[in-house]
Design a protein around this ligand. Structure first.
Ligand code: IMP
Ligand code: MG
Length: 180
């Protein structure tokens, strides 16, 4: 195991089984609707690739990138760094996220995409950390992989200062790895 990881919170096998469950449920609900899956970069990249491979219905993919996060503290400010390229007006859209933490970024992303007038808009997040939620956030995930405790996690796309995204599991970072 990577030396800065205190412990594995969710193993590669647990992740893959959960992603399959989510893909099965969403495949059923969106059959015949040609949904567009919008991934919020970069944290979603592993989840996104595994998820869409398991969707057995016609669909499209797109990506956006927003920015708000530096180190382990959210600044609360959002900017669209990369917009989606598809026209989603009248389409069924599912936002895919790595983690729903304070909820600030999904609150922003949801309303930003809603302004483009999709036929429907839902949120699927791999991880949910409810203890950290900003009470002002009104959106909530429609599909959730794992509810996790209030720990800073890395791996499977999630980073600390752009590192650890390549780990195939979700792990808890040793405090000394970010306290100095
Ligand atoms: P928000 O606080 O819900 O707006 O989450 C913003 C972003 O912060 C997420 O999309 C992640 O990229 C990042 N983030 C939140 N919690 C963690 C964590 O525990 N580890 C790594 N990144 C995180
Ligand atoms: Mg993210």
């Amino acid at each position: 195991m990577e030396r800065n990881i205190q412990r594995v919170l969710i193993s590669e096998e647990q992740i893959q089984a959960k992603v399959q469950e989510l893909a099965n449920e969403i495949s059923r609900e969106y059959a015949g609707k040609d949904p567009i899956f919008v991934g919020v970069l970069k944290g979603v990249v592993m989840f996104f690739g595994d998820f869409v491979k398991k969707i057995k219905e016609p669909c499209q993919i797109d990506f956006m990138c927003i920015s708000s996060y530096e180190g382990t503290l959210s600044t609360g400010k959002m900017v669209v760094k990369k917009d989606i390229s598809a026209d989603i007006k009248g389409r069924h859209v599912v936002i895919l996220e790595d983690i729903f933490d304070t909820g600030n970024s999904l609150e922003f992303t949801y309303h930003y995409l809603l302004s483009k007038e999709p036929a429907s808009l839902k949120i699927c997040t791999l991880l949910d950390k409810p203890e950290r939620r900003n009470p002002a956030v009104t959106v909530k995930p429609d599909y959730t992989g794992f509810v996790i405790p209030n720990e800073f996690v890395v791996g499977y796309g999630l980073d600390f200062n752009e590192h650890y995204r390549n780990l195939p599991y979700v792990g808890i970072l040793k405090p000394e790895a970010y306290q100095n």
